[in-house]
Design a protein around this ligand. Structure first.
Ligand code: GLN
Length: 490
C-alpha cells in the first residue's frame, strides 16, 4: 500500500515511474477515510488543494523530475504551523475561522522540495499538554490502542504517521512534544537543535524553547526531512547561519569509536520496568554495534520540570497576549476594552491554557520575578552546562523517552502535575537547546494490545548527524520500525 511507504521508498518508485503522486495521495486520503473517524488525527484536510499539488508534482515527474528531494511526497502539518489559505487554529476555539495569510518558512521549504503539503493535525491547545486531551476539538486516539492517548502535544502528528494516513508529518517541540508522542505511537520524532530550523510561521508558545521537527516512519526519512527543513532565515533571528550537512550521508552504520552516555539521574522512581528493560536491551545492542557505553552525570536533572514550568509559562503568558479580540480572535463584545479582552479570552481559551497564562503572569510579576523567573533562568544555565560537560566525554546520551508507555485517555487529565511528569526525560533537552530524537525500541508485554516504547538519544548542539547515525544503526539492527498497529492495515 502506497500510504505505508517511507519517503525514500516512495521517491525511488516515483523516479522509476512505478506510481504517481496522485495515487500516493489518494492512498493517504483513503486511509484517512477508513481510520480517522476512530483515530481523529486530523482536524481537517483540503483534499482538492492536495490533489492539485499532487497533479503538479506528477507533471514535473513526467518532465523527468527535477531532483527535488520530496517531489510528490504527502506530508501533513500540525495545526500550529501556518499554511497559506488553510485554517490555523492551534486546536483552540479562540482563533475562530482564522485562515493563514502566509506560509511558514518550513512550509516554503517543503513546497520548494516538491512535497504535497496537506491537512491540519490535532494537538493540545497552543501545544500545551502531553496527551492531546487539551484540544478544543476532541481527543486523538493512539492507533495501537484506541482507549489510550497518543501523547502530546503533537499527538495528531504522531498518530497520523503511525496509522499511515500520511508519509510523514511536522510537529513542534517545546518540552517534548515531538519526541514523547513519537515514542508513544511507535514512530521516529526529531527535535532539532534550537536555531537549526526557522520558527517563522510557527505560532509561538515559549519562544526560547520551541523548535519544529519531523515525524517519520524511519530514521532515514528523518534525515531527509531535516535536510529540507534546516537553514538560516532572516525572519527568525534565532535561526543559525551554519551550513546544512547531507544528513542522509551520515547513515553509515559504523559506530566504531562513538561513545554513548548513560545518565544515572534518569533512572527515576516511576520508570516502568518494561520501559527500563527495553532501554537496557538497546544499550546491549549498542555495545554489540561497537559503541562504547560510558556513565555520565547530569546533576541538575531533578530541577528540570520545575524550571521548565516557570520559563515556558512566563514566555507563554507574553506570547499569548496577542490573542485579544483586536488583532486576532473571535471577539466577544461588551463593556469597555478591558472587559472585551477578558470576555474574549475567557470564552476562547481552554482551562490548561488559562492555567499557564496565570502561572506565567505570576512568575513575571513585580516582587516574584527574581524569586521565580530569574532563578529559573539561572538553573536553566546549570542544566545546559551539565550537558555541555557530559558532551566533553560522550558523543550522545541515551535515555528512555518517557517513563511509561501510552496511558489511558482520562487517566491523568484531572491531575496536571502527573501530566507534567510524563515529560520528565524530554524537557531538559529544550532547556539546554540541544537536539534529541526518539525511535522505537520495543513493546510492552503485559498490556493487551501491546504498546510501543521509545528510546531517546540526546546530542550536542548541531550534532544531528551523530544522532541520526546512532539511531539508524540501532533501528536497522533491531527492526522495530517495521511493526505496524493492526488498525493501519486491517
Ligand atoms: N508537555 C509539555 C507541556 O505541556 C511540552 C509541550 C510541548 O513540547 N509543546 O508544556
Amino acid at each position: 500500500m502506497l500510504n505505508q511507504l517511507t519517503i525514500s521508498e516512495l521517491t525511488t518508485k516515483l523516479a522509476r515511474g512505478e506510481t504517481s503522486a496522485r495515487q500516493t495521495l489518494q492512498a493517504c486520503l483513503d486511509q484517512i477515510q477508513r481510520v480517522d473517524d476512530r483515530v481523529h488525527a486530523f482536524l481537517s484536510h483540503d483534499a482538492a488543494d492536495a490533489l492539485a499539488q499532487a497533479d503538479a508534482a506528477d507533471q514535473e515527474l513526467a518532465g523527468g523530475g527535477s531532483g527535488k528531494p520530496l517531489l510528490g511526497v504527502p506530508i501533513a502539518i500540525k495545526d500550529v504551523i501556518a499554511v497559506k489559505n488553510q485554517p490555523l487554529n492551534c486546536a483552540s476555539k479562540i482563533l475562530g475561522d482564522f485562515i493563514s495569510p502566509y506560509d511558514a518558512a518550513v512550509i516554503e521549504k517543503l513546497r520548494a522540495a516538491g512535497a504535497v503539503v496537506f491537512g491540519r493535525l490535532n494537538m493540545d491547545e497552543f501545544a500545551m499538554g502531553s496527551s492531546t486531551e487539551n484540544s478544543a476539538f476532541g481527543l486523538t486516539r493512539n492507533p495501537w490502542d484506541l482507549t489510550r492517548i497518543p501523547g502530546g502535544s503533537s499527538g495528531g502528528s504522531a498518530a497520523a504517521v503511525a496509522a499511515d494516513e500520511c508519509l510523514a508529518s511536522l510537529g513542534s517541540d517545546t518540552g517534548g512534544s515531538i519526541r514523547q508522542p513519537a515514542a508513544l505511537c511507535g514512530c521516529v520524532g526529531l527535535k532539532p537543535t534550537y536555531g537549526r530550523v526557522s520558527r517563522y510561521g510557527l505560532v509561538a508558545f515559549a519562544s526560547s524553547l520551541d523548535q519544529i521537527g519531523p515525524f517519520t516512519k524511519d530514521v532515514r526519512d528523518a534525515a531527509i526531512l531535516l535536510g529540507v527543513l534546516s537553514g538560516h532565515d532572516l525572519r527568525d533571528s534565532t535561526s543559525v547561519a551554519l551550513p546544512v550537512p547531507d544528513y542522509a550521508a551520515a547513515l553509515t552504520g559504523d559506530l566504531k569509536g562513538l561513545k554513548l552516555g548513560l545518565a544515572r539521574e534518569y533512572l527515576v522512581d516511576g520508570l516502568d520496568p518494561e520501559v527500563k528493560a527495553a532501554v537496557n536491551a538497546a544499550v546491549k545492542q549498542y555495545e554489540k554495534l561497537g559503541a562504547e557505553i560510558v556513565e555520565v552525570s547530569l546533576p541538575h536533572t531533578e530541577y528540570a520540570v520545575a524550571t521548565y514550568y516557570i520559563v515556558a509559562t512566563a514566555e507563554a503568558s507574553a506570547n499569548l497576549a496577542r490573542f485579544d479580540g483586536v488583532r486576532y480572535c473571535e471577539r466577544v463584545a461588551g463593556g469597555d476594552l478591558i472587559e472585551m479582552y477578558s470576555r474574549t479570552r475567557g470564552a476562547g481559551f481552554g482551562p490548561e491554557v488559562k492555567r499557564r497564562i496565570i502561572l506565567g503572569t505570576y512568575v513575571l510579576s513585580g516582587g516574584y520575578h527574581d524569586a521565580y523567573y530569574l532563578r529559573a533562568q539561572k538553573v536553566r544555565t546549570l542544566i545546559r552546562n551539565d550537558f555541555l560537560k557530559a558532551f566533553e566525554t560522550v558523543d550522545a546520551i541515551l535515555t528512555p523517552t518517557t517513563p511509561t508507555a501510552a496511558f489511558k485517555a482520562g487517566e491523568k487529565s484531572g491531575d496536571p502535575l502527573q501530566m507534567y511528569l510524563s515529560d520528565i526525560f524530554t524537557i531538559s533537552c529544550n532547556l539546554a537547546g540541544i537536539c534529541g530524537l526518539s525511535l522505537p525500541c520495543g513493546f510492552t508485554g503485559n498490556t493487551q494490545p501491546r504498546l510501543p516504547i521509545g528510546l531517546q538519544l540526546l546530542g550536542k548542539p548541531f550534532g544531528e548527524e551523530t544522532l541520526l547515525k546512532l539511531a539508524h544503526a540501532y533501528e536497522q539492527s533491531a527492526g522495530w520500525h517495521k511493526e505496524k498497529p493492526p488498525l493501519a492495515s486491517a
